[in-house]
Design a protein around this ligand. Sequence first.
Ligand SMILES: Cc1cc2nc3c(=O)[nH]c(=O)nc-3n(C[C@H](O)[C@H](O)[C@H](O)COP(=O)(O)OP(=O)(O)OC[C@H]3O[C@@H](n4cnc5c(N)ncnc54)[C@H](O)[C@@H]3O)c2cc1C
Length: 432
Amino acid sequence: METQIKKTVGIRGEYDVLVAGGGTAGVFAAVAAARAGARTLLVEKNGLLGGTMTAGYVNFPGIFNFWDKQLITGPCWELMEELAAEGGAVLPDNDYTKKHFRQQIRVDGFQLAATLDRVCVLNGVDILLHSMISFAEEAPGGGLIVGVTGKEGLYALRARAAVDATGDANLAGMLGYERVRSKVLQPATLENRLEGYRIEDVDKDEVERVFETAIEAGELEREVFSWKSPYEMLLARRVNMHIPCPGTEDSGSKTAMELEGRRILYTILKLFRQIRGCGNIRVKVYAAECGIRESCRIVGEKTMTADKYLSGYVYDDAVSYCFYPIDLHKLDGGGVYIVYLEKGVMPTIPYGALIPRGSRYLLVAGRTVSSDTETNSAVRVQAACMSMGQVAGTAAALAAREKTCVGQVDYHRLIQALEALGATVPEKNIAQ
Ligand SMILES: Cc1cc2nc3c(=O)[nH]c(=O)nc-3n(C[C@H](O)[C@H](O)[C@H](O)COP(=O)(O)OP(=O)(O)OC[C@H]3O[C@@H](n4cnc5c(N)ncnc54)[C@H](O)[C@@H]3O)c2cc1C
């Protein structure tokens, strides 16, 4: 039986908008809310901002340009331009005949983390690092009381509106909103880079023999290699592993993922060292935490579906675009299941997909947006997450200012505010 203890938690401060999670979506939610005039707090569990882009070492955001048009703009694009101007990124050339992943922006991880700090500070966002969201409830008279655990312990804050950008819909879960998971979640990856060998010195057959023996001996599971073979990993100079993902909404499952990611990387490293030409192979860099492709998703006022995504359907409350193929990583040896968009198709994201069903003061942005499994595998990419963050931050600021619920934010005022922010909003005259 659970032992209950009662404790009084003080309310330490008040904000217009609280953003939970300072990752890909959260930073831009906070910047957008602050630019809309809201007193904004960004609460992040790690010691740096950027989430999957920095701590997860997935530093290649995509895709901002759709065919030959640029349709994701605003503070997130300004940041890419600033990074490029300072030598920390190479902007895409808008040549859509290239593979989709070649249109992504390779950014320098350190410069990105430092620039995210600066952009938040310059825009007046209060940042709290090393802090986790701990509980949440609706406040008497409107808004939310949100518990935060800092190094000093537990306290509470009040916010008129909040954005859940935790990547796991943690705040939505704490408020009791429904979350769903795909039957099988896409695998995770502990990103890394290898050095200390020349591929010309390596015999492909020997690599295959060593790894086949290890798999048969039970040292590694075959599904780890369902994306790339060990030799392809050496060619790519990184271990592109697939780690089965049991879910990442709680610290227990996150811990299991981290242990598994490092176990796999270490085991593979030791096997590589047995191969001629690889005796000095090293992990040059590795991510501080596993990159999570898929977690739970909210059940929103609207749910994006693959048929609408692939047809470029323009929702009546469309607030943003997303451009990426359906891109499902599979553990069963199928590698990556990809469905490309037909030429000219520009899918949209509806505002309703950011509102947990029944929510009055909370919006969600990022990979936990309301969507079916296939659509989620496309809209989870970084440019789309940033753009959703901008929408959610702007809408939360409007709701806070007007002391209204997030679902009652006037669509046309939201569009005007997004345009004022510099964000591109979907054209309503595009044929359905
Ligand atoms: C291996 C891999 C490869 C990928 N490749 C690409 C690619 O090529 N191009 C592309 O565009 N996208 C790619 N993606 C997808 C993309 O990187 C992610 O889907 C996206 O970054 C998720 O953004 P997010 O804001 O939802 O979550 P995140 O960026 O993960 O941000 C969530 C933030 O919330 C914080 N947080 C979590 N819980 C709490 C809490 N309780 N309290 C406070 N803070 C909390 C986290 O620390 C984190 O900073 C890839 C993903 C992976 C894993």
